[in-house]
Design a binder for this molecule. Structure first.
Ligand code: KG4
Ligand code: ZN
Length: 351
């Protein structure tokens, strides 16, 4: 089985070809970072125009790298949401047009399902497993029970984890995107110098919150001589990173307890999303895995961050079950994986 995947829901334009044997034949990703950097964040209109400008070329490049023609495909999968709607429309329209022209099935993939199923592409693991999805737009803990079957155990009530990294980095005076810059600065810092709160630690449930921590960083930075010296910046960065890692670890520990009772066959704790690149967080999660008897799995970084291989793979999983979409599929700016999860409010709650 050969599927073309298309991803355009945020600030990466991507196309990939994946086969049913879990081989990635082509994986092309174009980041729009340089286009958004002058604005210190993603500008939706710029993102949509840029997707439109590049997507045809990227699809052609993926097809050429895989050495196949459209007639060889078994289907075309595109991210159908959630995400910035202008970009989602570009990807969905491109996917539908290609599917129609080639006479192949069209599959509208939930971007979050793409992240959620990546560990089955990279590690071939069985359901069920526990997923921590921590990216610029999302922060959730999900029991992944099967294709299209998810139970959300916790989610952020305000900012997403990556969003918190980006905002803290901005306050400390580091570049955009903040996560990688903050991690680099933190490597030279002392995480114990400043006592920052561990949001939600010890609270019931598995939800996340980062806005209080962000505020604490703002107040701390205001107290320090400005512009921040290199050591002060490094110490604030290290303190923030430790607070996020420990908060996420505490929430995940609670989710694991819940998961192990409700899905006793589960063996894996999986991470996805750009924040999964954070080595301090990974250390906490590896420790947590070994304490609780779950194996910690992290897809390679390029498959943790936004990409089209995960969309193609989710398309394969869906096509195998006959879950094909019509050409009347309407792009969805919001699209929760678990429709029964209770509603949360807040800027980071994008699904
Ligand atoms: O998954 P992703 O590439 O895009 C989406 O948001 O969907 O995640 C990007 C986010 C950004 O907020 C970025 O600052 C964060 O992931 N990030 C990191 C690190 N690398 C990327 N956060 C913490 N530590 C990192 N090393
Ligand atoms: Zn994503």
């Amino acid at each position: 089985m050969l599927i073309l995947g298309i991803e355009t829901s945020c600030d990466e334009t991507a196309a990939a070809i994946v086969d049913g044997e879990r081989t990635i034949l082509a994986d092309v990703v174009l980041s729009q970072l340089d286009e958004h950097r002058p604005f210190g964040g993603i500008v939706p209109e710029i993102a949509a125009r840029s997707h439109l400008h590049h997507i045809d070329r990227l699809v052609a490049e993926a097809m050429a790298r895989a050495g196949i023609g459209f007639g060889d495909l078994d289907g075309v999968a595109a991210t159908g949401g959630p995400g910035l709607i202008g970009g989602v429309i570009v990807g969905v329209m491109t996917g539908k047009a290609l599917a129609l022209a080639a006479g192949k099935p069209f599959l509208a993939v939930n971007h979050l399902e793409g992240h959620a199923l990546t560990a089955r592409l990279t590690h071939g693991i069985d359901f069920p497993y526990l997923l921590l999805l921590a990216s610029g737009g999302h922060c959730q803990l999900l029991a992944v029970e099967g294709v299209g079957r998810y139970t959300r155990l916790g989610a952020t009530i305000d900012d997403a984890a990556g969003e918190a990294f980006d905002k803290a980095a901005k306050m400390i005076g580091l570049g955009y995107p903040g996560g990688p810059a903050l991690q680099r600065a933190a490597a030279l810092g002392d995480e114990t110098r400043f006592a920052l709160p561990r949001p939600m630690k010890g609270k019931p449930g598995c939800d996340f919150s980062f806005s209080g921590l962000k505020n604490a960083v703002r107040l701390l930075v205001e107290r320090l001589p400005r512009p921040l010296g290199q050591q002060d910046a490094a110490d604030v960065a290290a303190g923030f990173q430790a607070a996020v890692a420990e908060s996420i670890a505490d929430r995940t520990r609670r989710a694991i307890r819940d998961f192990q009772v409700r899905w006793p066959a589960g063996r894996h704790l999986v991470v996805a999303g750009g924040v999964a690149a954070n080595t301090r967080l990974r250390q906490s999660l590896i420790r947590l895995g070994s304490e609780t008897g779950l194996e910690f799995l992290a897809p390679p970084l390029g498959l943790c961050t936004d990409n089209a291989a995960m969309i193609a793979w989710a398309g394969i999983e869906r096509l195998r079950l006959g879950l094909v979409d019509g050409l009347d599929f309407a792009p969805r700016p919001r699209w929760p994986l678990d429709p029964n999860a209770r509603k949360l409010s807040g800027a980071g709650v994008k699904a």
